[in-house]
Write a protein that binds this ligand. Structure first.
Ligand SMILES: Cc1cc2nc3c(=O)[nH]c(=O)nc-3n(C[C@H](O)[C@H](O)[C@H](O)COP(=O)(O)O)c2cc1C
Length: 128
């Protein structure tokens, strides 16, 4: 049997989200963070980006993955946010859920992440 995410990607299923955001109109900049699933944007993220009107806003993607990269996820964010300004995303290797490896961004890796995130935020001119 194919994994759930493969089936959901094939059928275009958009899982309903539990969290509702009432004040999205108050935000000019929206960071969207997600893991790579099946080398794509996870279906709940597609639900989110289709549910909320982000036109005219700046959208900034960031990602963790098990070492295989972002796949098509950043491209899909751009497609689903065609009327937003989508900035260059950030990615780094996180845990490997399949192998029970969780919450790896701590200690030395947290320091590395902090440096890299800062460099990225400077590059995309979010901080000086
Ligand atoms: C359903 C599912 C599919 C996944 N597919 C991929 C994949 O295609 N490529 C990849 O590098 N990691 C894949 N992963 C691993 C996750 O991206 C990784 O565990 C996650 O980014 C870890 O994030 P964290 O350290 O923030 O918890 C998958 C995980 C799950 C649960």
């Amino acid at each position: 049997m194919a994994p759930q995410v493969v089936n959901e990607n094939e059928s275009g299923y958009l899982p309903p989200l539990k969290t509702k955001i009432d004040s999205i109109q108050n935000y000019d900049v929206v960071f969207v963070g997600f893991p790579t699933w099946g080398m794509k944007l996870p279906p709940p993220m597609k639900s989110f980006l289709k549910q909320y009107d982000l036109r005219g806003k700046t959208v900034i993607p960031f990602n963790t993955n098990a070492g295989y990269g972002v796949g098509s996820s950043f491209e899909t964010v751009k497609e689903l946010c065609a009327n937003s300004k989508v900035l260059e995303g950030f990615t780094m290797k996180g845990g490997i859920e399949r192998d029970g490896v969780y919450l790896v961004i701590k200690d030395e890796k947290a320091k590395e992440a902090e440096v890299k995130v800062k460099q990225w935020l400077q590059k995309i001119k979010i901080i000086k």
